[in-house]
Design a protein around this ligand. Structure first.
Ligand code: AMP
Ligand code: MG
Length: 329
């Protein structure tokens, strides 16, 4: 399901677009340019990246690495892994790319959902530790039993790479949609800001709009992939690496707005795990991104950098009370 949707725009120049399914999601790349060859290159790039880092395609480098625990990676795989490791460190393990065995035990990789036995989960969680991933140049070694999952950053990383690619070809306006990841290149051709819809976790419609230029807008939501267990509880795909259980720190949706797509993607997942208070502390000590957080109770918290950029759509002001968070506690 698409978590963040790009709003329609009334631009004078026709957009060149390419649409396809990859990385488990719907992808739409739109650029304002006479030349569409770069779009084909961008699509090829996404498919190549997916072929390298898919956890389920047997020929992928990541699949092979997960099977054998060691490997020599291609430049692209080593780059994304190295970026992933940096982001795990920066979020002090709220993001942990060695979470894969836990994600699989819940059935999130196949859709064969189940609640794992607590002792099974405990054993798997003990092996989750990004610090035990050794990457030296292009050579990687995993600890015993460890398997990696780059799903929390791959779409954002791809967005960064495509943005660089199309900008290098001279494009100054475009909107890249990779599932819940939006990457805005420049402004609309008219010079106006791009309007990106933020999905209502309880439905398919956007609840509000954030206006951006040259930014990634990335959402992680508990409503994106989940199941209801026999116990009536909802279990979603964002896991707390400390417990192995779906992260229930009080948030239902986290949107990050920042320059880098990979950074935004990492933080949308990590801040979901942290919960409101820790997420706000994290923002105050970094200040290189903005956020829109929604709690399970339906309260919205928006960082002050978005105060003039985010607005609730008609009818939503009454439903979701909004608090602006300032840099000073
Ligand atoms: P996202 O949609 O970007 O929030 O990423 C969620 C995906 O990343 C899940 O489907 C899992 O494959 C994986 N994942 C879940 N929890 C974590 C976590 N705490 N750290 C890293 N990856 C995770
Ligand atoms: Mg993410």
């Amino acid at each position: 399901m698409v978590a963040t949707t790009a709003c329609q725009t009334t631009a004078q120049v026709e957009a060149q677009t390419v649409e396809f399914m990859a990385m488990d999601t719907f992808i739409n790349l739109a650029i304002y340019s006479q030349d569409d060859t770069v779009l084909q290159e961008a699509k090829d790039y996404v498919l190549t990246l997916e072929g390298l880092i898919s956890t389920t395609v047997e020929s992928s480098e990541l699949y092979q690495l997960n099977q054998t625990g060691e490997g020599v990676l291609s430049f692209e795989s080593a780059q994304i892994l190295s970026r992933g490791l940096e982001l795990c460190q920066q979020t002090e393990g709220a993001l942990d790319i060695s979470i894969y065995p836990v994600v699989r035990s819940w059935g999130f990789t196949t859709g064969d959902y189940q609640i794992p036995q607590p002792d099974v989960l405990q054993t798997l969680v003990r092996q989750v530790d990004y610090q035990a991933i050794q990457l030296e140049g292009d050579t990687v070694t995993l600890a015993e039993g460890m398997e990696l999952d780059l799903g929390s950053i791959a779409k954002g990383y791809a967005g960064d790479q495509i943005a660089d690619m199309v900008e290098a070809s001279g494009v100054t306006s475009g909107l890249l949609t990779l599932g819940g990841n939006i990457q805005a290149i420049g402004t609309k051709p008219t010079g106006e800001l791009w309007r990106v819809g933020i999905q209502d976790p309880t439905g398919d419609a956007p609840l509000g709009v954030v206006e951006v230029d040259n930014r990634a807008v990335v959402t992680s939501g508990g409503y994106e992939r989940y199941f209801v267990g026999d116990d009536g509880e909802t279990y979603w795909h964002i896991i707390d690496p400390e417990t192995g259980y779906p992260a229930k720190a009080g948030l239902i949706s986290v949107t990050i707005v920042a320059e880098s797509g990979a950074y935004s993607d990492a933080l949308s997942t990590a801040l979901f795990v942290m919960g409101l208070e820790e997420a706000v502390d994290y923002w105050r000590s970094h200040q290189d991104f903005d956020f829109i957080l929604m709690t399970e109770a339906g309260e919205l918290y928006v960082s002050d950098g978005l105060e003039d950029k985010f607005s609730l759509l008609e009818g939503y002001q009454e439903i979701y009370p909004l608090t602006v968070i300032s840099k000073e506690p």
